[in-house]
Design a protein around this ligand. Structure first.
Ligand SMILES: [Zn+2]
Length: 491
């Protein structure tokens, strides 16, 4: 397998040739959502970024096992081991079982991902389904001397780990930086050092999400799940771990430390991170009043939106930027993306109508190479889209008969366009909703019945009967009444 894929490894801060540990197999782990609310843009970007990676690795011939978890326990409101569990809080506020919250938002997340044409991962493990594996991990870290028990909780000993290895390899922080930026918080007296993080938390009496463990009835620390589930499904060493840049610290840094502390070696070869999203130049957040859910984008039901934006417009807009650049959402930019996407889809449809000539007068041969080169350059989807726009201009020249194309080149153009626009970038043609389509088809039947009425009025019985018979043959039941004919579909 020819392999020239370069990916930016956050760990080494440079682009590196992608060489899987066990080609043709590739192990890919991406941090999934904490399911206590509706999916928003912050979920869409990593999902789409790593969906494109998943698709592209398969295009290159790799057999990819893609694991994306569902966090349904252990993610506290604040990263520093304090506050309420996000799921438990939502359950308390809504008077639901925590697993009702999890089920509800997991299904809604799947629906949003399907709308965005994000392929489901190979395995989607839940943190709450892997408590045993997480307890095992904590035991190993304790046995290796990099954790300590305190009041029924277990904490990772960052200072001790830092002496033996190095804490901060991913984020570039050193222990002093971490200490200087860690606030002294209530309930932190249990820790030897404010930089230490929880591997297991003893549950307060009112805490309902709890499991027995050697230390207390409690729940795992947030970072444990990815280390435990990554190992379970991808092995002690695997190829790629991805997520949003906001996860580099503390989440991924802690994952690295846990892995080394438990297994004695680094687990992940390539760390990949997508950049963040802003809305009208501002960070997205509940406190900024610019927190827009994906379903609000799809329906246009948010005061900041001038119109609905379809899932493919959102996907296309995200892919128009390189995944390591920030993306700023605003109406103007989204409207431009909507038009751009339409232009590409129109070109694709036009391509289907073009007939081959005897010679080729447009550049077709370089498109495939250019698109592969762009993808191989750290997944430069923006560049691929620009090459597809160039191809669209050629397609329009062909349609206007200002250029010609030979049969083999026409097939090559179709293949390459299909491969990159649909298979790799994961775009799809969007048609109207089912109800809108049904309404349109219904109006066509109404129109035929009006013509039948006109034929009857003109005593053209042959036409009138033919329309009725043909509609009946298609399953329509026609009833003539005083007010004209009515119909229903018997199917
Ligand atoms: Zn994670």
């Amino acid at each position: 397998m020819e392999n020239k894929l370069m990916i930016y490894n956050t760990l080494n801060r440079k682009k590196e040739l992608f060489e899987p540990l066990h080609a043709p197999n590739v192990g890919l782990y991406v941090c999934g959502p904490t399911v206590y609310g509706d999916a928003h843009l912050g979920h869409a970007r990593p999902a789409i970024t790593f969906d494109v990676l998943f698709r592209y690795l398969q295009t290159l011939g790799y057999k990819v096992r893609y694991v994306r978890n569902i966090t349904d326990v252990g993610h506290l409101e604040h990263d520093a081991d304090e506050g309420e569990d996000k799921i438990a809080k939502k359950a308390r506020l809504e008077q639901l079982e925590p697993m009702e919250v999890v089920q509800h938002y997991t299904l809604r997340y799947h629906k949003a991902m399907e709308a965005l044409n994000v392929l489901p991962p190979s395995i989607e493990p839940h943190a709450s389904g892997h408590i045993i594996e997480q307890i095992e991990l904590v035991k190993e870290i304790l046995d290796n001397g990099f954790a300590y028990e305190s009041e029924g909780s277990v904490y990772f000993d960052v200072a001790k780990y830092d002496k033996a290895h190095h804490y901060g390899v991913l984020s570039g922080r050193n222990l002093d930086d971490v200490l200087n930026t860690t606030r002294e918080l209530d309930g932190q007296q249990e820790k030897r050092n404010p930089a230490d993080f929880a591997l297991w938390k003893c549950a307060q009496p009112e805490h309902i999400m709890r499991w027995p463990s050697p230390w207390s009835d409690g729940f795992p620390g947030w970072h444990c799940e990815c280390t435990a589930m990554g190992r379970k499904y991808l092995g002690e060493q695997f190829d790629i771990h991805g997520g949003g840049m906001d996860l580099i610290f503390p989440h991924h840094e802690c994952e690295i430390a846990q892995g080394v502390a438990a297994m004695g070696h680094p687990v992940v070869k390539y760390w990949m991170h997508n950049n963040m999203i802003t809305i009208n130049g501002q960070k997205m957040g509940k406190s900024y009043n610019n927190f827009i859910n994906l379903s609000e984008f799809f329906t246009g039901s948010h005061p900041l939106l001038e119109q609905p934006y379809s899932p493919m417009t959102i996907r296309f807009f995200i892919l128009q930027a390189h995944y390591r650049s920030t993306v700023d959402f605003g109406n103007e930019a989204l409207q431009a993306a909507e038009k751009g996407l339409q232009r590409l889809m129109d070109a694709w449809n036009t391509l289907g109508t073009i007939t081959a000539g005897s010679e080729t007068t447009v550049d077709v041969a370089s498109l495939r190479t250019k698109c592969f080169d762009a993808m191989n350059d750290d997944l430069n989807t923006a560049q691929v889209i620009s090459h597809l726009f160039d191809a669209s201009r050629n397609i329009n020249l062909l349609a206007d008969k200002k250029a010609t194309i030979a049969a083999a080149d026409l097939e090559e153009l179709k293949d390459t366009f299909r491969l990159f626009a649909f298979d790799v970038l994961g775009l799809k043609e969007e048609r109207g909703s089912d109800s809108a389509r049904e309404e349109a088809f219904g109006k066509v039947v109404d129109m035929l019945l009006e013509q039948r009425q006109a034929a009857k009025a003109a005593k053209d019985w042959a036409t009138s009967d033919r329309i009725r018979n043909e509609l009946q043959a298609l399953g329509f039941e026609i009833k003539d009444g005083k007010e004209g004919a009515t119909w229903k579909l018997n199917k």
